[in-house]
Design a protein around this ligand. Structure first.
Ligand code: GTP
Ligand code: MG
Length: 457
């Protein structure tokens, strides 16, 4: 066996928050600021993610960085691009998440909202530490903006009445967190970041406060995630974030590699609709630098290998069957195929199930969304008979019909972001089985509950 070297990988960061809280704007700002610095080795684009190297962080944070002792240097952050619950739920691994840290974006004047609560639930359940970006401070009446400056500098330059207004908004948010059982405070008043949630007031639009956010993230990663970030150059482990049809390549996967290394030609095992998929890496693609692109189709460049943490496009046979949210293991020795196949199978079986109970039928598009939806339904005490991935088909109605005989109040299908096959639709209409469809989890569940309640009365 080769002697493998230990190194600190970059933490994987996700951005979550309510609709319109400013997730995309914040990501763009971080990326834009890093790109605008035009230093060598600033932001690099991955597939499904952007890599923010430590160098870029230093230039964003400036003097602020002196505030933390950099004991171990992380290479940077791998920031997952696709914000939102769906992407987050697919960053799953058994009992947790492959995300190391999350940024929860909250609108300063609106506080915690429906999807913020949902995000907090998921973060809590998956044990992901997070910092709170209290966004849109530039909208506070009377706020004077100091673009890209640290919050603590900008804050000092505000009128006392404006400072007071911000503090009022913050204390409301702190109260909201308290009522959820969290201690929270403005980040510069927090001593122990493992015990108290840090709130970083900022504006994703003007960039003020963004340095502070980066600093808190860096500090958290450096101090509290050391163990988790230690890795070896060993066989890779990742998760399929998303599946995508590419012209000329067939179905490809966005693979987020969180440990080890993956190479062209490697044998890999991942999860498919009909059981584990064993396949060989045909190619690994990364985005081509903009100035080397000859046409809009000329987007990718081949790489021979990728080291964690990274986002890469995986081209391989058999991915049409793959499930987003499924784990992927690199197999270095063919004798391990069976072991890894079993692992994958167990993991998927741990999410999808069929029970002989009176309950609803749940269909979702990915393993991650299915898992999140199951959690959400359980929390709302809604029993589940079938939890599965894929379109709503006739056999789902067979289940719903069996339930109808016992308790019509649960004879329903909840479809999250999946197709409803025509014959299933017909059969449902004929038998008076409602199919609830949605792509926002709490709304889907609310729709079902409203119907359930109405039927009862
Ligand atoms: P979804 O992806 O739809 O959930 O929204 P999002 O969270 O990505 O929010 P997005 O970044 O699209 O911002 C929503 C709106 O808020 C846009 O009109 C932004 O320009 C605005 N916005 C975001 N951040 C700020 C901010 O710091 N200040 C101000 N004034 N407006 C902001
Ligand atoms: Mg957005």
């Amino acid at each position: 066996e080769q002697q493998s070297q230990t190194f600190i990988r970059s933490p994987i960061v996700v951005v979550l928050g309510h609709v319109d809280a400013g997730k995309t704007t914040l990501l763009d700002k971080i990326r834009g600021t890093a790109v605008a610095k035009r230093e060598p080795g600033t932001m690099t684009q991955h597939i499904g993610a952007s890599f923010l190297p430590w160098k870029a962080l230093e230039s964003i944070c400036g003097d602020l960085l002196n505030r933390i002792k950099a004991e171990i240097i992380i290479p940077g952050f791998l920031v997952i691009d696709t914000p939102g619950h769906e992407a987050f739920s697919n960053l799953r691994k058994r009992g947790g998440s492959i995300a190391d840290i999350a940024i929860l974006v909250v609108d300063v004047q609106r506080g915690l909202e429906q999807q913020t609560f949902e995000a907090i639930d998921i973060l809590r359940e998956r044990k992901v530490p997070f910092v709170v970006a209290v966004n849109k401070i530039d909208r506070i009446p009377g706020w004077k903006s100091f673009p890209d400056k640290p919050f603590i500098e900008s804050f000092q330059k505000q009128e006392p009445s404006v400072q007071f207004r911000l503090e009022e908004f913050l204390s409301y948010i702190i109260q909201q967190f308290n009522s959820l059982g969290f201690r929270a405070d403005r980040y510069d008043r927090v001593r122990d970041f493992t015990k108290v949630l840090a709130l970083v007031p900022l504006s994703a639009l003007t960039g003020e406060g963004v340095p502070d956010l980066m600093l808190v993230l860096a500090g958290l990663a450096q101090r509290y995630l050391k163990k988790r970030l230690e890795t070896k150059i060993s066989s890779g482990r990742g998760v399929l974030l998303e599946l995508k049809e590419e012209v000329g390549l067939g179905t490809t996967a966005t693979l987020i590699l969180y440990d080890g290394v993956i190479k062209r030609g490697d044998l890999v095992v991942t999860g498919g609709l009909n059981g584990p998929i064993v396949t060989r890496v045909r190619s690994l693609l990364m985005p081509k630098p903009l100035d080397e692109m000859r046409s809009p189709e000329d987007k990718f460049q081949e790489v021979k290998e990728v080291v964690a943490a990274a986002g890469v496009k995986l081209v391989a046979e058999g991915l049409e069957e793959a499930i987003a949210g499924a784990p992927l293991y690199v197999v270095t020795n063919e004798s391990e195929i069976e072991k890894f196949s079993k692992l994958v199978e167990e993991e998927i079986k741990g999410v999808k199930f069929e029970k002989d109970v009176v309950g609803v039928v749940v269909k979702a598009d990915t393993l991650g969304t299915l898992e999140a939806l199951i959690g959400f339904l359980k929390k709302n005490n809604i029993p589940i008979r079938v939890a599965d991935i894929g379109p709503v088909a006739r056999r789902d109605l067979v289940h719903a019909l069996m339930v109808k005989e016992k308790d019509p109040l649960y004879a329903a299908i909840l479809a999250f972001n999946v197709k409803i096959l025509p014959e299933a639709k017909e059969e449902a209409a004929m038998n008076g089985i409602p199919i609830f469809w949605g792509n926002i989890m709490y709304r889907l569940v609310e729709d079902f509950q409203a119907w359930h309640q109405a039927q009862r009365e």
